[in-house]
Each structure stands twice: as C-alpha cells, then as structure tokens.
Design a protein around this ligand. Structure first.
Ligand SMILES: C[S@@+](CC[C@H](N)C(=O)[O-])C[C@H]1O[C@@H](n2cnc3c(N)ncnc32)[C@H](O)[C@@H]1O
Length: 751
C-alpha cells in the first residue's frame, strides 16, 4: 500500500477553462434549446477573466466576395471536421466572455444556436499606452447582434462534452455590416420571425413531471432545475419542494435539502416525507442531536397509526434513527464498529461493467461511506515555526490512539474519470481537474462550505478574501498542496485509486522518517492514529513521501508542494560527500546489474548470489553510523532472499528478512509488511507453523493497528484483525486458510 500526497501542480489556464465549461453545463446533449444554452452561458459571469486586454483589431471588408454555395449552417457541421472551403454566417446572441478563449453564443440564419470559441484574439497590455487602450472583453467586443463570417472553423466536443465551434485565427473572422451586407441582404433570419408571445409557458405540473423523469433516470441536477422552474412559479408548492429536497440529498447538498424541507414543514407541518428528509439532511450536516430529535418527534407522531402505508415509513424512520444514534456516538466518542464499516466499504466499492463496457459502481454512490467525523480533544491546530499551521499535542498521547476520523470533502476514484476523459494521457491532471471541478461545483451549490475550504489556502487573509465560491484558481492551488492520492487500496474484490481532499488531515505537516501519526483509508474515510507515545507540545507529523524514496525524487516532490524538508534523513542526504555519493551510485549500479542476472533464473548461480550479498553489505555500510536511515538496501535485500529461496535455502532467506525487519521495524514502511508476509510464507513452506503464527501476529499488528487500535493478545481483537487483513492485504486470505483452516475465506489457492 502506498499513500502519499499527489504529485500535481497548479493547473494551467486550459485546465481551468475545462473545469469552468463543465461547471456551467448540465446534462450532455448535442441538441440543447436556445434558452438552455443562453442560461448556461450566463453562468460564465461568475468565472470570466475580468482583466483588461488589448484585442486584435477587427475590420469589415467592404469588397467581400464569397461563393454563397460554400455557406454552411450550424446544423451541417460535423464533429472533429475542419471546413477549409466553407464559411459560416452567424450572428452573436450573447456577450463574449474570456476564460482561456473568448466565448459567446452565435446563431445562423436558420436559427440554430452554438457556442463559439475564439482563440488568439487578446494579449495583456505591455506598456502605458497599451494600458490606456486595453479594456474588459465583455463590454464592447463584438456586441450582441454583430453578424460574422467565419472561415476555416473547426467543430469539436469540448471538455464539458458539449459541442463548440473553434476559430484559432482572427484573420478568419469578417464582420458583416452595412459596408458589405449586400451579399446577405436578402437573407431572412428565422429568429426574427419568432412571435415571442407564442412561446409556450410551461405550467407547474409539467415542471414536476419533467423533474420526476430526470430523477428516475438519476440525473438529479436536471431534476433540480425542473423542480426549481416550478417552484419559481409557485413558491409554496410543497410537492415540488419535497421532491427537490430528495434530489438535493442524492447530490449530498444537505444544506439546500434542509432549507426545502423547512419550507415544506412551515406550510404543512405534518408532511412525513419532508420531516424524514429533514432528518437525513441534518445527519448529512453532522447535526446529529437535532436529527435524533426530529426523527424521534416524527416517530412519536405516527406511532399509533395502523395505516399500511405508514408502517413502511415507520420502519425507515426507525432505521434512520438508529443510524443517527450510531453517527452521534462515533462523532462524540470516536466509537466505530470497524468491521461493519469494512463490510460496508467492500460492498460499496464493488464495480461492474455498464452497457458500454465501462466500469461503474454497483452501489449508486460507490465507496463513499455514511459515517461521522471524529476529532480527539487532545490535539489542536497551532502555528509551527517555519511550516505555517500544524497539529500539536495538547496533552501526552499514548501509542495507537485514535486522533481523527475524517470523511473526504470530495473524492474522485479512477474509473469515475477514465470513462469519459477528453484526454487520456496525463492521469494526475485528470484526477486534479475532476477534483477541482467537483469542489468548485460543491462550493457554488452550497457556499457555506467556502470558509473551511478557503482556510486551507495558506497565505490567504480570510477577512479580505472575496468568498466567491467560483474561485477556480484558488481551489486549484488548494488541491495541489493538500490533496491525498489513493494508490491501489484493496478492499474485498476492489482496488481503489484516486485523489481526494480531506479538510482536517490537510493540517498535518510532513516528516520523511520521524512521522508519529499514520493514516488508514476505508473508502472516503480516513482514520488517523498515533504511531508511538507523543508528548504534550510535540508536533504531530504525517508522511507525505517516504524517506525510502531517493533524495532527488523525494526532494523534488517536496519542493513542488512548498517544502524544504529539514528532517534527519534529508539533512544526512544533503550533507553526503561527493565521494560517498559516487561510491553509492557505483554500488547501486552493481546491485541493479546483479539483480537483473538473478531475477529471471529459476536457480540463480550461487556465486552471483554471494556477490550480490557482498555488494548489499557494502552499500549498507555506507551509513553504518546512521542505523535506520539507510533505505537503499531494503528492496535488494528482499530480492536477495528470494534468490536464496529459489535455490532451496529457505532458512537463509528467512534470516536475511528477519535482519531487515529488526533494523526497520519502527519505520512505517509498506515494504516491511511484504517482508513479514514473505517470512510467514517461508515458515509455512518449512512447516514451522508456530513460528509462522508468531509472524502473522506481527503482520496483524502492523496492518490492523492503524485501523483497529492497540494490538491486544486476545481472541476478539485477533479475529477482527484477521478478517480485516483477509480483505485488505494481498495473499492474506491464503495465509489464513493454511494456518487457521478458515473455511470462510473466499479466494482460493490460485496464487
Ligand atoms: C498539507 S499543508 C500542511 C498544513 C500547512 N502547514 C498549513 O498551514 O496549511 C502542506 C504545507 O505545509 C508546509 N509544510 C508541511 N510540512 C513541512 C515541513 N516538514 N517543513 C516545512 N514546511 C512544511 C508547506 O508549506 C506545505 O506546502
């Protein structure tokens, strides 16, 4: 298992444009109504670039000559085609706004509407004169009504999966005005013929029906738009409000859901569904005690009813009430039923193929679990010299204490982005782009989250900040510096990768080797425990990137997230003399070559194995005065033990691994768990079952303590730990089967 902060950088302007386009467009379709497109375009006003720009000079051409047969209408454009011979005649119908390109909507004479992106039209002013001449784009650039001829256009699917007309060269755009309108003078624009009075006004019930259709197809955003349309016409319509509350709940917009249920209950205090949804919304907002009271009152009000339809809702209320009580206890006392959370996670993380062959969750929301956050009272955020803010112990903390449980503010799993990506090449960018998009969307929908997210922005003076939730730039920065990567976390039959933002854990600073807290992920829940006793006043440190990564790679990553690390191993790495560095490089090179020679051999040459052992010994000795700070020999030692095993010398293989384990048992390194697992398997091969069980206990301690807490030599703890490792550690099911004859293990001995 490899956990680390993600390697992403602040996104470039094009990524931001992709995010912004996606934020402004709802459901995807090639044919959207003019009104819908205008509505979506108007939302760009939250995001557009408000700087002043020098704009390319546009002129009309008085002697314009065009072959009218080459005019193409929007309806005839084909995706991913360029149209070198053709031209489009269109009319601007919205203001232009600048993101990366200049964006507006245009219509053709037939009345078709499409988005237009103009690139390379602007530059920032360089001198004073330029500054005088520069202006904001939305004010006077190609105003509404301007007719244009566009040559050499291309037609694409943009990042939001909706279509867009692109033009890259300002010379390809000609303004049509009274000087050159002779060509098109006789053309009638069909939108001029529209009789505005005839536009049909939707009635409230149509909004409800359309909303319900979208809801049934799980397009909750579109359902909310429809319900909102109806609510605008009739603000007291309790059916629409209660339906919209449920759609908000499905999108985790608990604050909006709570608002709607409260309006319903004001007009109709006995509305059962609204009261039930209010209970759900309060749970989502972590207001557990209020949720319990709401649900208890509701339960009381229908207790004596014998009506059949009430009896099923009664059951749901009882279930939700029980759930609210569990959440309250988790939140208050940090009491979690880890095994049932693990089961829930395994079930929710299950993936199947959809009709197009893409991966999708079996459970609607996937590996997102309904559990409460917890924060131990013994820690607090303080200023830490040279590092900004950090978590510090208020009191002495024992080993393996649960310090924090945090649910991701937002998380993106791998198959959720790979399915529809417009660019499949840079995975990390994709995760970040999606994460930035989701966070911005969440903040736009529920701005009350802004404070906690923007607070993560280190240098920000929160009093001065414009709390515009759509500040994609700042959110991009927050994601780069604070997101955590999930790198192949196993739960049951699934393997979860992705990236997420957790608010409270973001305040832990980093140490390469002296970390004293560790994290454990179950779906979108992060559990944090102390690794060793921590004294009052001591800073709590997490590891973003292991000391075991070589210095160059590690320090490059740390610099990219703003850290000039001064820990013991970084100082040692930095102070190494050129001679030692040279010697190290030589030895590493020899080790690599020898490993290549022995790796694929079923029975490696014993003389090569000896040579490998000697080189590893020399490499290790380069740091003999710094025990525990030499990591170059860890992987090679494991490979050396495999070579001995292949030659039938299992005892020697075990003794090499035992020596590595003893030197590094106090450093929380993933490879050490693999080493212990190897020892277990080799002991089993030698039929040393007692010894194998002793090493299984060590493995359980290392793998299960970060979630279950202090290792207890008792049956219950061990049973739970075995169950946990069976579900989360590769090959462990096999080990359990052999050593404990556990008939419940599902996977078999194919490994
Ligand atoms: C995830 S944040 C941690 C919380 C941060 N200190 C704050 O005030 O928001 C990561 C940032 O903390 C700082 N940081 C973390 N570990 C550090 C370390 N070992 N030395 C110096 N700065 C560190 C760096 O500024 C880094 O960009």
């Amino acid at each position: 298992m490899k956990l680390q902060f993600s390697d992403t950088e602040i996104p470039a302007i094009d990524i931001l444009q992709n995010v912004i386009l996606r934020l402004n467009t709802g459901n995807i379709s090639q044919k959207k109504s003019r009104e819908r497109l205008i509505e979506e375009h108007q939302k760009l006003k939250y995001f557009y670039d408000k700087n002043n720009y020098i704009v390319h000079n546009v002129r009309s051409q008085p002697n314009l000559s065009l072959n009218l047969q080459h005019r193409v209408s929007i309806a005839n454009l084909q995706i991913d085609h360029e149209f070198p011979e053709k031209f489009l005649l269109c009319r601007v119908i919205t203001k232009f706004m600048k993101i990366s390109a200049l964006l507006a909507l245009v219509e053709d004479p037939e009345g078709n509407v499409e988005r237009l992106a103009l690139y390379n039209w602007t530059r920032l002013p360089e001198n004073k004169e330029d500054q005088m001449a520069s202006r904001p784009i939305d004010q006077s650039f190609l105003p509404v009504g301007t007719k244009l001829v566009i040559k050499n256009l291309s037609y694409k699917v943009a990042a939001d999966r909706n279509t867009i007309i692109n033009s890259n060269n300002p010379e390809d755009i000609i303004i049509i005005d009274h000087n050159n309108d002779k060509l098109f003078g006789n053309l009638i624009w069909s939108s001029d013929l529209l009789d505005k009075k005839e536009i049909k006004v939707k009635i409230v019930d149509e909004f409800r029906r359309h909303g319900n259709d979208y809801f049934a197809s799980k397009d909750y955003s579109a359902a909310i738009d429809e319900y909102s349309g109806g609510i605008e016409l009739n603000p007291q319509n309790v059916t629409l409000l209660a339906n919209r509350a449920e759609a908000y709940l499905r999108l985790f917009q608990f604050y909006n859901a709570l608002n709607d249920t409260e309006v319903v209950l004001k007009y109709e205090p006995s509305h059962l569904k609204a009261a039930f949804r209010k209970g759900k919304a309060l749970c989502g907002l972590k207001r557990y005690e209020e949720a319990i009271i709401t649900l208890q009152d509701l339960h009381q009000s229908i207790k004596s009813s014998t009506n059949d339809s009430i009896s099923s809702i009664k059951q749901s209320i009882e279930q939700l009430l029980k759930q609210a009580e569990i959440l309250a206890s988790e939140n208050k006392n940090g009491q979690y039923d880890y095994i049932s959370i693990l089961d829930e996670c395994c079930e929710r993380a299950e993936i199947r193929k959809d009709s197009k062959g893409n991966d999708e969750w079996v459970h609607e929301v996937g590996a997102r679990l309904d559990h409460a956050d917890f924060l131990c009272e013994d820690i607090e955020i303080r200023l830490v010299e040279g590092k900004g803010r950090g978590w510090v112990a208020k009191r002495d903390i024992p080993e393996n204490a649960l310090l924090m449980v945090s649910k991701a503010f937002s998380i993106v799993y791998n198959h959720e982005v790979l399915g529809y990506s417009t660019k499949n090449n840079i995975q990390n960018d994709l995760y970040s782009e999606e994460l930035i998009y989701r966070i911005t969307q969440k903040l736009m929908e529920e701005p009350y989250h802004c404070q906690e997210v923007y607070k993560l922005y280190n240098s920000l003076n929160l009093d001065k900040i414009d709390m515009n939730p759509a500040n994609v730039d700042i959110i991009g920065g927050i994601v780069s510096y604070n997101s955590f990567s999930l790198d192949g976390i196993i739960v049951g039959n699934s393997n979860l990768s992705g990236e997420g933002l957790w608010i409270m854990p973001s305040y832990f600073n980093h140490s390469c080797v002296d970390d004293n807290v560790t994290q454990y992920f179950l779906g979108d829940l992060m559990f944090i425990r102390s690794l060793r006793p921590i004294l009052q006043g001591e800073e709590l440190l997490l590891n973003y990137r292991r000391g075991a990564h070589d210095y160059e790679n590690r320090s490059m990553f740390l610099k990219s997230v703003g850290i000039d690390c001064q820990c013991r191993v970084c100082k040692l790495d930095k102070s190494e003399t050129p001679e030692t560095a040279h010697k190290r490089a030589q030895l590493l090179n020899t080790v690599e070559k020898l490993l290549e020679l022995v790796a694929d051999e079923p029975e490696p040459d014993p003389s090569l194995i000896k040579k490998l052992e000697k080189t590893i010994f020399e490499l290790h000795n380069l740091r003999k005065e710094h025990p525990g700070l030499e990591f170059d020999t860890l992987e090679p030692s494991r490979s050396l033990s495999i070579a001995y095993r292949k030659n039938g010398n299992l005892r020697k293989a075990i003794s090499i691994l035992e020596e590595v384990y003893n030197s590094y048992k106090n450093v929380y390194l993933g490879i050490i768990n693999w080493i212990v697992l190897d020892i277990v398997l080799y002991c089993v091969n030698l039929e040393q079952m007692e010894k194998a069980r002793k090493w299984v206990d060590i493995l359980l301690k290392r793998s299960a303590v970060p979630l279950l807490g202090k290792f207890k030599d008792e049956d219950k703890w061990k049973k739970e730990a075995l169950y946990l490792t069976e579900k989360t550690v590769p090959y462990m099911d096999l080990v359990i089967k052999i050593l404990y004859n556990n008939k419940n293990t599902k996977k078999n001995s194919e490994k």
